[in-house]
Write a protein that binds this ligand. Structure first.
Ligand code: SF4
Length: 321
Protein backbone atom coordinates (compact mmCIF):
# COMPACT_ATOMS: atom_id res chain seq x y z
CA UNK A 1 0.00 0.00 0.00
CA UNK A 2 1.45 3.42 -0.82
CA UNK A 3 1.55 6.15 1.83
CA UNK A 4 -0.45 8.49 -0.43
CA UNK A 5 -3.52 6.26 -0.18
CA UNK A 6 -3.25 5.29 3.47
CA UNK A 7 -4.20 6.99 6.73
CA UNK A 8 -1.08 8.36 8.39
CA UNK A 9 -0.80 9.71 11.93
CA UNK A 10 1.06 13.02 12.09
CA UNK A 11 2.56 12.43 15.49
CA UNK A 12 4.10 9.41 17.26
CA UNK A 13 4.43 9.43 21.04
CA UNK A 14 6.51 6.80 22.82
CA UNK A 15 5.77 5.88 26.42
CA UNK A 16 8.70 5.85 28.83
CA UNK A 17 9.30 3.60 30.58
CA UNK A 18 8.29 0.80 28.23
CA UNK A 19 9.56 -2.62 27.24
CA UNK A 20 12.10 -4.83 28.98
CA UNK A 21 12.10 -4.91 32.76
CA UNK A 22 15.04 -6.03 34.88
CA UNK A 23 13.57 -9.54 35.35
CA UNK A 24 13.13 -10.13 31.61
CA UNK A 25 16.52 -8.69 30.79
CA UNK A 26 18.09 -11.08 33.29
CA UNK A 27 16.12 -14.11 32.08
CA UNK A 28 16.92 -13.57 28.39
CA UNK A 29 20.59 -12.93 29.18
CA UNK A 30 20.63 -16.09 31.29
CA UNK A 31 19.69 -18.24 28.29
CA UNK A 32 22.14 -16.39 26.03
CA UNK A 33 25.00 -16.85 28.53
CA UNK A 34 24.05 -20.51 29.09
CA UNK A 35 24.27 -21.08 25.32
CA UNK A 36 27.65 -19.28 25.16
CA UNK A 37 29.08 -21.21 28.11
CA UNK A 38 27.70 -24.69 27.48
CA UNK A 39 26.72 -24.73 23.81
CA UNK A 40 23.43 -26.00 22.38
CA UNK A 41 21.14 -27.50 23.31
CA UNK A 42 20.06 -25.64 26.40
CA UNK A 43 16.55 -26.67 27.41
CA UNK A 44 14.17 -24.01 28.68
CA UNK A 45 11.05 -24.92 30.63
CA UNK A 46 8.15 -22.87 29.20
CA UNK A 47 8.69 -19.64 27.30
CA UNK A 48 11.59 -17.92 29.06
CA UNK A 49 9.51 -14.71 28.88
CA UNK A 50 6.12 -14.31 27.23
CA UNK A 51 7.28 -12.99 23.88
CA UNK A 52 7.09 -14.83 20.58
CA UNK A 53 9.97 -12.90 19.00
CA UNK A 54 12.34 -13.59 21.92
CA UNK A 55 11.48 -17.30 21.92
CA UNK A 56 12.05 -17.57 18.15
CA UNK A 57 15.44 -15.81 18.37
CA UNK A 58 16.65 -18.00 21.22
CA UNK A 59 15.38 -21.15 19.45
CA UNK A 60 17.45 -20.18 16.41
CA UNK A 61 20.52 -20.03 18.68
CA UNK A 62 19.96 -23.51 20.10
CA UNK A 63 17.54 -23.14 22.99
CA UNK A 64 14.95 -25.92 23.11
CA UNK A 65 11.68 -24.90 24.70
CA UNK A 66 9.70 -27.59 26.50
CA UNK A 67 6.48 -27.50 28.48
CA UNK A 68 7.63 -29.66 31.37
CA UNK A 69 10.93 -30.59 32.99
CA UNK A 70 9.98 -34.25 32.45
CA UNK A 71 10.56 -33.73 28.69
CA UNK A 72 14.22 -32.81 29.23
CA UNK A 73 16.63 -35.73 28.67
CA UNK A 74 18.26 -36.92 31.89
CA UNK A 75 21.42 -35.08 32.88
CA UNK A 76 20.86 -32.13 30.49
CA UNK A 77 20.81 -28.44 31.28
CA UNK A 78 17.49 -26.68 31.82
CA UNK A 79 16.65 -23.05 32.52
CA UNK A 80 13.51 -22.20 34.48
CA UNK A 81 11.62 -19.20 33.14
CA UNK A 82 11.19 -15.73 34.67
CA UNK A 83 7.69 -16.63 35.87
CA UNK A 84 8.93 -19.08 38.50
CA UNK A 85 8.23 -22.73 39.20
CA UNK A 86 6.61 -24.74 41.97
CA UNK A 87 8.85 -26.72 44.35
CA UNK A 88 7.65 -29.94 42.69
CA UNK A 89 9.39 -28.84 39.48
CA UNK A 90 12.73 -28.58 41.31
CA UNK A 91 12.12 -32.05 42.78
CA UNK A 92 11.38 -33.54 39.36
CA UNK A 93 14.49 -31.91 37.93
CA UNK A 94 16.62 -33.30 40.74
CA UNK A 95 15.19 -36.78 40.22
CA UNK A 96 16.19 -36.55 36.54
CA UNK A 97 19.66 -35.23 37.49
CA UNK A 98 19.07 -32.12 35.39
CA UNK A 99 21.53 -29.26 35.64
CA UNK A 100 19.19 -26.40 36.49
CA UNK A 101 19.55 -22.66 36.15
CA UNK A 102 16.74 -20.73 37.78
CA UNK A 103 15.90 -17.51 35.93
CA UNK A 104 12.86 -16.77 38.10
CA UNK A 105 12.57 -13.01 38.54
CA UNK A 106 13.63 -12.05 42.09
CA UNK A 107 10.34 -10.15 42.43
CA UNK A 108 8.42 -13.36 41.75
CA UNK A 109 10.62 -15.21 44.23
CA UNK A 110 9.65 -12.58 46.81
CA UNK A 111 5.98 -13.60 46.40
CA UNK A 112 6.91 -17.30 46.71
CA UNK A 113 8.67 -16.55 50.00
CA UNK A 114 5.60 -14.68 51.29
CA UNK A 115 3.36 -17.60 50.34
CA UNK A 116 5.58 -20.04 52.24
CA UNK A 117 5.77 -17.83 55.33
CA UNK A 118 2.02 -17.19 55.51
CA UNK A 119 1.34 -20.91 55.05
CA UNK A 120 3.84 -21.86 57.75
CA UNK A 121 2.10 -19.42 60.10
CA UNK A 122 -1.25 -21.12 59.50
CA UNK A 123 -2.88 -18.52 57.25
CA UNK A 124 -5.26 -19.19 54.41
CA UNK A 125 -3.79 -17.21 51.53
CA UNK A 126 -5.87 -15.44 48.91
CA UNK A 127 -3.84 -15.27 45.72
CA UNK A 128 -5.12 -12.49 43.46
CA UNK A 129 -4.24 -13.45 39.91
CA UNK A 130 -5.26 -15.13 36.67
CA UNK A 131 -6.08 -18.84 36.56
CA UNK A 132 -3.67 -20.82 34.41
CA UNK A 133 -0.90 -18.20 34.34
CA UNK A 134 2.49 -19.82 34.92
CA UNK A 135 3.37 -17.44 37.71
CA UNK A 136 0.15 -18.29 39.57
CA UNK A 137 0.80 -22.01 39.11
CA UNK A 138 4.34 -21.65 40.43
CA UNK A 139 3.37 -19.57 43.46
CA UNK A 140 0.37 -21.74 44.29
CA UNK A 141 2.67 -24.76 44.24
CA UNK A 142 4.47 -23.37 47.30
CA UNK A 143 1.45 -24.10 49.49
CA UNK A 144 -1.36 -25.67 47.45
CA UNK A 145 -3.40 -26.62 50.53
CA UNK A 146 -3.41 -23.06 51.86
CA UNK A 147 -3.89 -20.95 48.71
CA UNK A 148 -7.20 -19.96 47.14
CA UNK A 149 -7.27 -18.04 43.86
CA UNK A 150 -9.41 -14.92 43.49
CA UNK A 151 -9.65 -13.24 40.07
CA UNK A 152 -12.27 -10.52 40.49
CA UNK A 153 -13.85 -8.25 43.13
CA UNK A 154 -17.03 -10.25 42.66
CA UNK A 155 -15.23 -13.46 43.61
CA UNK A 156 -13.72 -11.67 46.62
CA UNK A 157 -17.22 -10.71 47.78
CA UNK A 158 -18.41 -14.32 47.58
CA UNK A 159 -15.31 -15.94 49.07
CA UNK A 160 -15.71 -18.35 52.00
CA UNK A 161 -12.67 -19.17 54.16
CA UNK A 162 -12.16 -21.49 57.15
CA UNK A 163 -11.01 -18.73 59.55
CA UNK A 164 -11.51 -15.05 58.61
CA UNK A 165 -9.14 -14.07 61.46
CA UNK A 166 -6.27 -16.03 59.88
CA UNK A 167 -6.31 -14.74 56.33
CA UNK A 168 -3.64 -13.12 54.15
CA UNK A 169 -3.39 -12.07 50.51
CA UNK A 170 -0.67 -12.02 47.91
CA UNK A 171 -0.87 -11.08 44.22
CA UNK A 172 0.54 -11.93 40.82
CA UNK A 173 3.23 -9.39 39.88
CA UNK A 174 1.74 -8.27 36.56
CA UNK A 175 -1.84 -7.28 37.36
CA UNK A 176 -3.73 -4.06 36.77
CA UNK A 177 -2.88 -1.79 39.70
CA UNK A 178 -6.36 -0.21 39.77
CA UNK A 179 -8.31 -3.44 39.38
CA UNK A 180 -6.24 -5.13 42.08
CA UNK A 181 -6.89 -2.22 44.45
CA UNK A 182 -10.63 -2.85 43.95
CA UNK A 183 -10.25 -6.55 44.71
CA UNK A 184 -8.19 -5.80 47.83
CA UNK A 185 -10.83 -3.27 48.96
CA UNK A 186 -13.52 -5.92 48.52
CA UNK A 187 -11.46 -8.41 50.55
CA UNK A 188 -10.83 -5.88 53.34
CA UNK A 189 -14.51 -4.96 53.49
CA UNK A 190 -15.43 -8.58 53.92
CA UNK A 191 -12.48 -9.73 56.03
CA UNK A 192 -11.20 -6.75 58.06
CA UNK A 193 -8.45 -8.85 59.69
CA UNK A 194 -6.87 -9.84 56.35
CA UNK A 195 -3.10 -9.40 56.36
CA UNK A 196 -1.16 -7.90 53.43
CA UNK A 197 2.40 -8.56 52.28
CA UNK A 198 5.00 -6.14 53.71
CA UNK A 199 5.40 -4.46 50.33
CA UNK A 200 3.44 -4.48 47.07
CA UNK A 201 3.57 -7.65 45.01
CA UNK A 202 2.70 -5.92 41.72
CA UNK A 203 6.20 -5.16 40.54
CA UNK A 204 7.78 -1.78 39.82
CA UNK A 205 7.88 -2.48 36.05
CA UNK A 206 4.18 -3.31 35.80
CA UNK A 207 3.27 -0.27 37.90
CA UNK A 208 5.52 2.13 35.99
CA UNK A 209 4.34 0.94 32.55
CA UNK A 210 0.73 1.44 33.63
CA UNK A 211 1.46 4.95 34.93
CA UNK A 212 3.16 5.76 31.62
CA UNK A 213 0.36 4.34 29.44
CA UNK A 214 -2.30 6.34 31.33
CA UNK A 215 -0.51 9.56 30.43
CA UNK A 216 0.08 8.30 26.88
CA UNK A 217 -3.61 7.43 26.42
CA UNK A 218 -4.67 10.93 27.47
CA UNK A 219 -2.54 12.40 24.69
CA UNK A 220 -3.15 9.83 21.94
CA UNK A 221 -6.08 8.84 19.73
CA UNK A 222 -4.75 5.31 19.42
CA UNK A 223 -2.33 3.38 21.65
CA UNK A 224 -0.51 0.39 20.18
CA UNK A 225 1.00 -2.01 22.69
CA UNK A 226 3.75 -4.30 21.46
CA UNK A 227 3.57 -7.61 23.26
CA UNK A 228 2.43 -11.19 22.82
CA UNK A 229 -1.11 -12.35 23.56
CA UNK A 230 0.03 -14.51 26.50
CA UNK A 231 1.84 -11.60 28.18
CA UNK A 232 -0.19 -10.57 31.22
CA UNK A 233 1.39 -7.14 31.71
CA UNK A 234 0.99 -6.32 27.98
CA UNK A 235 -2.73 -7.15 28.06
CA UNK A 236 -3.12 -4.95 31.12
CA UNK A 237 -1.54 -2.04 29.21
CA UNK A 238 -4.21 -2.32 26.50
CA UNK A 239 -6.97 -2.31 29.13
CA UNK A 240 -5.50 0.67 30.99
CA UNK A 241 -5.10 2.65 27.74
CA UNK A 242 -8.74 2.00 26.84
CA UNK A 243 -9.90 2.99 30.33
CA UNK A 244 -8.05 6.28 29.89
CA UNK A 245 -9.65 7.34 26.67
CA UNK A 246 -7.71 5.88 23.75
CA UNK A 247 -8.51 3.10 21.32
CA UNK A 248 -5.89 0.42 21.91
CA UNK A 249 -4.64 -2.83 20.41
CA UNK A 250 -2.04 -5.45 21.28
CA UNK A 251 0.31 -6.37 18.42
CA UNK A 252 3.33 -8.63 18.13
CA UNK A 253 4.94 -6.39 15.54
CA UNK A 254 4.29 -3.63 12.97
CA UNK A 255 3.00 -6.18 10.45
CA UNK A 256 -0.18 -6.53 12.51
CA UNK A 257 -1.22 -2.86 12.35
CA UNK A 258 -4.62 -2.69 10.63
CA UNK A 259 -5.45 0.08 8.23
CA UNK A 260 -8.86 0.76 9.75
CA UNK A 261 -7.31 1.47 13.19
CA UNK A 262 -5.52 4.49 11.71
CA UNK A 263 -8.57 6.22 10.22
CA UNK A 264 -8.84 9.72 11.75
CA UNK A 265 -5.83 9.15 14.06
CA UNK A 266 -3.64 12.22 14.49
CA UNK A 267 -1.46 10.99 17.37
CA UNK A 268 -0.52 7.36 17.79
CA UNK A 269 0.94 6.33 21.14
CA UNK A 270 3.31 3.37 21.35
CA UNK A 271 4.32 1.32 24.34
CA UNK A 272 5.55 -2.22 24.89
CA UNK A 273 5.13 -4.89 27.52
CA UNK A 274 7.89 -5.88 29.92
CA UNK A 275 8.88 -8.83 27.72
CA UNK A 276 8.93 -7.03 24.34
CA UNK A 277 12.32 -6.13 22.79
CA UNK A 278 12.95 -2.49 21.86
CA UNK A 279 13.82 -3.38 18.25
CA UNK A 280 10.11 -4.16 17.68
CA UNK A 281 9.24 -0.65 18.85
CA UNK A 282 11.90 0.80 16.56
CA UNK A 283 10.44 -1.06 13.58
CA UNK A 284 6.96 0.23 14.40
CA UNK A 285 8.27 3.81 14.60
CA UNK A 286 10.02 3.31 11.25
CA UNK A 287 6.72 2.03 9.83
CA UNK A 288 4.98 5.29 10.83
CA UNK A 289 7.89 7.45 9.65
CA UNK A 290 7.67 5.80 6.23
CA UNK A 291 4.02 6.80 6.16
CA UNK A 292 4.92 10.42 6.80
CA UNK A 293 4.95 10.90 10.60
CA UNK A 294 7.62 13.49 11.34
CA UNK A 295 6.90 14.38 14.93
CA UNK A 296 8.27 11.48 17.02
CA UNK A 297 8.88 12.09 20.72
CA UNK A 298 8.99 10.37 24.08
CA UNK A 299 6.66 10.96 27.00
CA UNK A 300 8.58 10.12 30.15
CA UNK A 301 6.71 9.68 33.42
CA UNK A 302 9.06 7.66 35.64
CA UNK A 303 12.81 7.05 35.68
CA UNK A 304 13.86 3.40 36.10
CA UNK A 305 17.29 2.03 36.94
CA UNK A 306 16.58 -1.42 38.38
CA UNK A 307 19.07 -4.20 37.50
CA UNK A 308 19.30 -7.76 38.81
CA UNK A 309 22.40 -9.94 39.03
CA UNK A 310 22.48 -13.00 36.77
CA UNK A 311 21.66 -16.33 38.47
CA UNK A 312 24.43 -17.80 40.65
CA UNK A 313 24.99 -20.76 38.29
CA UNK A 314 25.83 -18.39 35.41
CA UNK A 315 28.05 -16.15 37.52
CA UNK A 316 30.02 -19.14 38.82
CA UNK A 317 30.40 -20.60 35.34
CA UNK A 318 31.59 -17.23 34.01
CA UNK A 319 34.11 -16.89 36.83
CA UNK A 320 35.50 -20.35 36.06
CA UNK A 321 36.19 -19.54 32.37
S1 SF4 B 1 7.35 -7.93 34.97
FE1 SF4 B 1 8.06 -7.55 37.07
S2 SF4 B 1 7.96 -9.53 38.10
FE2 SF4 B 1 7.82 -9.91 35.89
S3 SF4 B 1 9.94 -10.29 35.27
FE3 SF4 B 1 9.58 -8.11 35.02
S4 SF4 B 1 10.28 -7.16 36.96
FE4 SF4 B 1 10.02 -9.35 37.30
Amino acid sequence: MSSSTTAAPRRVLLAAPRGYCAGVDRAVETVERALDLHGAPVYVRKEIVHNKHVVEELSARGAVFVEQETEVPEGEMVVFSAHGVAPAVHENAEARRLRTIDATCPLVTKVHVEARRFAEDGYTIVMIGHAGHEEVEGTTGEAPESIVLVQTADEAERLEVPDPERLAFITQTTLSVDETAEIIAALRARFPAIVSPKSEDICYATTNRQIAVKQLARESDLVLVIGSTNSSNSNRLVEVAREHGAASHLIDNHGQVREEWLEGVDTVGITSGASAPEELVERLVAFFRERGAEDVSELRTVHEDVRFMLPREIREAQAAV
